[in-house]
Design a protein around this ligand. Structure first.
Ligand code: DP6
Length: 410
């Protein structure tokens, strides 16, 4: 390694997407290695609307590991971050930057500290899982086989764009538990995704402890993992290949509902969805039924937010109209921050202001006035997006979030 007195800083910046499962991962067969009890399939969301930019830096001048999230320093004393850092360090290899005259050997990593800073381009309340830091650290430390699972199992599916399968694997050491790209984001580019971020003050059970309790106490989870999911995985892969939206919707909704059913079958029961989530399901089910062919699929993770996947732009616009009719914003909310991401959908439906929302007629499938109820303020905001690409490294240092001389946030 270069002389300790030399205060060089070596950095890597990456942009990583998030993903949403259409066949859910819930339950581990190995807690330490993060190995799942069933395969899962997800769609990667367009990083233009939802992504995490992370810069990681290493320098002999750093005297401790430090981390900043959206500009605020967070404590690294929690076990998870530390374990995660040590796991990646253990896989580090020699790194050489000829231009800067830096050489770090595999052994040096044990004594070097890192700075990590991440910034989300979406409001963090969305609570969508992302483990961008691991990807960037693996690149910085020249980790050869980054399985992407450190920190969070579902994160490994964000290593690719489009639709991705996380194969649970059979090996005890997890060597065959890997993410596999199924189709890239261009394969089914008609799909439009709307995320309804639901207002909730409730602190949710973390996925890690939730799934542990389910595996320990639910009798249904074994049936799900052994009998139901393997068949669904085959059917889902075929539906994706053929762009068969009806089958895709049927499987996606059924799997989300079964995931929440095993949560309810856990002792004590875990409730992730709330009344607003249930109202959204009701609205989508009613509309799909009235159309005869499904227009939109819904799926919910470990929280009340709805992820709605529309078959195309036309159905996405009709969906947004329905959502805005039932869930108008509070009077103090600015429309510009109520529908974010790809705002062009708002132009499609010709809504420019709150008055436009108030003037929306009830959806035609609703005959009963009581069902045409409005639930003002139950949704924080909507994010409009689509399937997107996998992570990318950003070579332009001016886009780094850490200062190249000090390794501190800019
Ligand atoms: C409901 O990946 O957050 O989103 O591996 O314990 O960190 P850990 O859990 P995590 O679980 C995600 C669960 C889910 C379904 C899914 O994404 O497949």
């Amino acid at each position: 390694m270069a002389d300790e007195s030399q205060k060089w800083v070596l950095m890597v910046t990456a942009q990583t997407p998030t993903n949403i499962a259409v066949i859910k991962y819930w339950g581990k067969r190995d807690e330490n290695l993060i190995l799942a009890i069933n395969d899962s399939i997800s769609v990667t969301l367009d990083p233009a609307h939802l992504c995490t930019t992370t810069t990681v830096a290493v320098s002999p001048a750093f005297n401790q590991d430090r981390m900043w999230l959206n500009g605020k320093e967070i404590s690294l004393s929690g076990g998870r971050y530390q374990n995660c850092l040590w796991e990646i360090r253990a896989c580090a290899n020699d790194v050489e930057d000829e231009k800067k005259g830096i050489r770090i050997t595999k052994k040096d990593w044990e004594n070097l500290h890192v700075h990590v800073t991440s910034y989300n381009n979406f409001p963090t309340a969305a609570g969508l899982a992302s483990s961008a830091a691991v990807y960037s650290l693996a690149k910085l430390m020249n980790v050869q086989e980054d399985n992407g699972r450190q920190g969070s199992g579902s994160a490994c599916r964000s290593l690719y764009g489009g639709f991705v399968k996380w194969v649970m694997g059979k090996e005890e050491n997890g060597s065959d538990s890997i993410a596999v790209p199924l189709v890239d984001e261009k394969h089914w580019d008609e799909l439009v995704i709307i995320i309804a971020v639901v207002c909730s003050r409730q602190k949710e059970t973390s996925s890690t402890s939730g799934m542990r309790e389910t595996v320990e106490t639910s009798a249904l989870i074994e049936h799900r993992a052994k009998e139901v999911v393997p068949k669904r995985i085959i059917q889902m892969e075929e539906a994706i290949q053929k762009r068969d939206f009806a089958t895709f919707t049927h499987l996606t909704c059924a799997d989300s509902n079964q995931f929440h059913a095993v949560c309810l079958d856990t002792s004590p029961p875990i409730f992730y969805m709330n009344d607003t989530s249930h109202r959204i399901i009701g609205c989508v089910e009613k509309w799909n039924r009235s159309e005869g062919t499904p227009q939109v699929a819904y799926t919910f993770d470990a929280g009340p937010n709805a992820v709605l996947i529309a078959r195309n732009r036309t159905s996405a616009a009709l969906l947004l109209q329905r959502l805005l009719f039932h869930f108008p914003p509070n009077s103090e909310t600015d429309l510009n921050s109520y529908v974010i991401g790809d705002k062009s959908l708002m132009e499609d439906i010709g809504i420019q202001d709150i008055k436009g929302i108030e003037a929306l007629p009830p959806p035609p499938e609703i005959k009963d006035k009581v069902l045409a109820q409005k639930y003002k303020g139950e949704i924080s905001y909507f994010i409009c997006t689509r399937p997107g690409r996998g992570p990318v490294l950003i070579s332009d240092d001016s886009q780094a979030l850490l200062h190249p001389d000090t390794g501190l946030p800019k």
